[in-house]
Design a protein around this ligand. Structure first.
Ligand SMILES: [Zn+2]
Ligand SMILES: [Zn+2]
Length: 108
């Protein structure tokens, strides 16, 4: 299913949000804090119960992205200013979280 993989054409860390460009008509912007709260690593979400351990209330309001790296072709791993770096954000997941009006209207 190579052709169905979600790819980002551009990723930019802005002052308080992460911007991901998917194609010329679609760009997603994710506020840092909300994105940090979506982390699905084993530390933030219990692997067995799926209970969220680290949520929005646990995250500093001034959280920032220090750095990020590509994980294969399908995800990025984000290093947060609170020292947390376990979180892998697949493009598929990021797209499903896209807060733009088109995606919200589609209910995706
Ligand atoms: Zn995490
Ligand atoms: Zn969107």
């Amino acid at each position: 299913m190579f052709g169905d993989e979600k790819r980002a054409v551009a990723i930019a860390v802005k002052s308080n949000e992460l911007s991901i460009t998917w194609d010329e008509r679609h760009e997603s912007t994710f506020p840092f804090r909300a994105l940090r709260a979506e982390c699905r690593c084993a530390f933030c979400v219990d692997e067995i119960t799926r209970e969220r351990r680290i949520g929005l209330q646990d995250i500093a309001t001034d959280i920032k992205i220090e750095d990020w790296i590509d994980v294969g072709k399908y995800a990025i791993q984000i290093l947060w200013s609170d020292g947390h770096s376990e979180g892998i954000y697949p493009f598929e997941m990021l797209l499903s979280l896209c807060p733009c009006s088109v995606c919200v209207d589609q209910g995706t």
